[in-house]
Every structure is written in structure tokens, then in C-alpha cells.
Design a protein around this ligand. Structure first.
Ligand code: PEP
Ligand code: MN
Length: 337
């Protein structure tokens, strides 16, 4: 940490600040300038007590951290890209993985029809919510365990990997039993007990960005997964809340190069929640691929007009197959497969 002292402070006041820095576990290194004195507080900011309390001293002007608050998710901790293998498919490697399926699992027919169609079009992982985090308690809440069983059946029939959301710590073991990737939804992105429970199942975790989450907070939420001995974390950008009303959320594609720079974990883009509009999904996917996304998470439904959740943003089976063809040149241009 760098501690900037107020100009012209007395020797006595300076000594009081240095004493406090030592008390907090840091070694002070005093740098005297022409007008003011700056103190470098040497020590690991992630292990020691934060020095922010020093701002309560009237002699201190500012305290600036020099280290990042996250550690295990950082590029510094792991120089090469982390790769996560799900049902034989690698996320974070050369091949861009496509995760596709309905917003919610609604029935056996709906899920199986979608699973076979997305597989035929080239998807490798099937998505579908069995536990749905709905804004209104009166909206469809998901089929629960019955939905998980249908997902497991679809995996058996198609060989697709399964990604599905869990809403509570109590569901962690059950959801892990039926699926290959645990999805932590935007509304739970800072539910730290849930993150710990998900990490402890040992299953790969896809962590969505919270509705109003800063990138640093998102990285720190991811740190909970790795700090609980689960190295298989992927970040998923799904749009953030802004003032814009033409889209449901504002899909922040700048997170792709930022996550790639700051972290070794794969980055997945969800253009469906991201825009909330089926007509924008293709353009968002192309942009995401050009920017280096490792995977896409796309909502697909046999009949979006009758979907029990997120109808406006789901692609039809035909729409998805067409999109997959359109994406190929973008995947190739990005040097991926
Ligand atoms: C979803 O994937 O259907 C979903 C609810 O996502 P999010 O948590 O990003 O809103
Ligand atoms: Mn959805």
C-alpha cells in the first residue's frame, strides 16, 4: 500500500502513522519529497489487515492499494489459460464450445427435441434450468428434481454435457449428481455460501456476472471457488443493468479482453440474457467470438412463443442451426476451431 501524508506534518504526527502501519503488520518505507512524504507499506495486502483504516488519521491524505485483491483467479497465479474438460469437451482450449438449450426445462418432449436439434447443429453442452430464479413468485419456478432427471436422460441419449443452475446450498449435491457444470446465476453471484457449496461439489462452476456487479467483485466471487479447492471455474458475462431500454441488459463485451488479461479462467458469453432479444443474438455471438470468447451460452426453444420463461430471447431450432453456420467464419477468424 502507498500512504500519502498531508503536507507539512510534524515529526510526531509522522511517527504516529508509522507506528500504526507497523501495528497493522506492514514494514513502513519512508520516501521524503520536496513538499510531502509518501510511505510505502510493505507486506501482503491479501494476508494482512487492510490499511484503509489509516484514512481515519488526520495526518493521512490517501491510502492506495498496489496489489490486486484476488489471487488464485489471477493471471499472475497461473500464466497459461485454464482448460476445463466436460464430457470430453475442453472449455478454454482451441475449440469454442457452444452450450445451448431452453431457458427452462419444461417437459420431456421439449427438452429431448431441443437436445437432439442443438447436438445436430454442433452444440456440445445442453443448458436448461430446473430451478428458476424468477423475479416474480407467480411465474414458472422450474420442474425441480424432475427437470434434473430429464437433463440426465438427455445426457444419456445424446452424450451432451449438462449445465444447470442451482439456487441454494441445499441443492448443491443434488444438482451436481445430475449435471456436469453448475451454473451460478446473476442473482446469486455474490451469495458466498452458495459459491462455497458449489465449489465443494467438485463440479466445474460457471459464474454469471451479477446484474450490477463490478468486474473486480466478479473476480473476487470467482476467488471463492478456487479458494475452496475447485480449479474449474469459468466466468460468464450475461449483461449488466444500465439505463438502456432497447435491450433487457447491456452485454458488456469488454469483459472478454479484461477477464483474459486479469485471469486464466475461461470466459463464456450469454447473448440471450445479454440482449433479451432473439434478433440480436447472432450479432452478439459474432462480436463475442471476434473478441476471444471461449464459449457461448445460447437459449434455444422448439416454440419460443410458448416458452414458460424468456420467450423473447430464445432462438428456434431452425434459427439456432442457421446461426451455427453463420458463426463458422468468425470462429476461424479468431484462430479457433
Ligand atoms: C438463465 O440462464 O436462464 C438465467 C436465469 O440467467 P441469469 O442468471 O444470467 O439471469
Ligand atoms: Mn433464461
Amino acid at each position: 500500500m502507498i500512504v500519502v501524508l498531508k503536507p507539512n506534518i510534524s515529526k510526531k504526527d509522522e511517527a504516529a502513522v508509522l507506528k500504526e502501519i507497523k501495528k497493522l503488520g506492514y514494514k513502513p518505507h519512508v520516501m521524503r519529497g520536496v513538499e510531502r512524504t509518501v510511505v510505502g507499506a510493505i507486506g501482503d495486502e491479501r494476508k494482512n489487515h487492510t490499511l484503509e483504516t489509516l484514512t481515519t488519521f488526520s495526518q493521512v491524505e490517501t491510502v492506495m492499494p498496489v496489489q490486486k485483491r484476488y489471487k488464485l483467479v489471477s493471471r499472475e497465479a497461473h500464466k497459461s489459460n485454464s482448460r476445463i474438460t466436460v464430457q470430453g469437451h475442453e472449455i478454454g482450449g482451441k475449440k469454442v464450445q457452444i452450450m445451448a438449450g431452453p431457458c427452462s426445462v419444461e417437459s420431456e418432449k421439449q427438452l429431448m427435441t431441443t437436445a437432439h436439434a442443438v447436438k445436430a447443429a454442433g452444440a456440445t453442452i445442453l443448458r436448461g434450468g430446473a430451478f428458476k430464479p424468477r423475479t416474480s413468485p407467480y411465474e414458472f419456478q422450474g420442474l425441480g428434481e424432475k427437470g434434473l432427471k430429464l437433463l440426465a436422460k438427455a445426457r444419456k441419449e445424446t452424450g451432451l454435457g449438462i449445465i444447470t443452475e442451482l439456487l441454494s446450498e441445499q441443492q448443491a449435491e443434488m444438482v451436481a449428481e445430475y449435471s456436469d457444470i453448475l451454473q451460478i446465476g446473476a442473482r446469486n453471484a455474490q451469495n458466498f455460501q452458495l459459491l462455497i457449496a458449489a465449489a465443494k461439489t467438485g463440479r466445474p462452476v460457471l459464474l454469471k456476472r451479477g446484474l450490477s456487479m463490478k468486474i473486480e467483485e466478479w473476480l473476487l466471487a470467482g476467488e471463492y471457488i478456487l479458494a475452496n479447492e475447485n480449479p474449474n471455474l469459468m466466468f460468464c458475462e450475461r449483461g449488466i443493468r444500465t439505463f438502456e431500454t432497447y435491450t433487457r441488459n447491456t452485454l458488456d463485451l469488454s469483459t472478454i479482453p479484461i477477464i483474459k488479461k486479469e485471469s486464466h479462467c475461461p470466459i463464456v458469453i450469454d447473448p440471450s440474457q445479454g440482449a433479451g432479444r432473439a434478433d440480436l443474438v447472432a450479432a452478439m455471438c459474432k462480436g463475442a467470438l471476434a473478441m476471444g470468447a471461449d464459449a457461448l451460452l445460447i437459449e434455444v426453444h422448439p416454440n419460443p412463443a410458448e416458452a414458460l420463461s424468456d420467450g423473447a430471447q430464445q432462438l428456434t431450432l431452425e434459427g439456432f442451426a442457421k446461426l451455427m453456420g453463420e458463426l463458422q467464419p468468425f470462429i476461424a477468424a479468431a484462430g479457433r476451431e
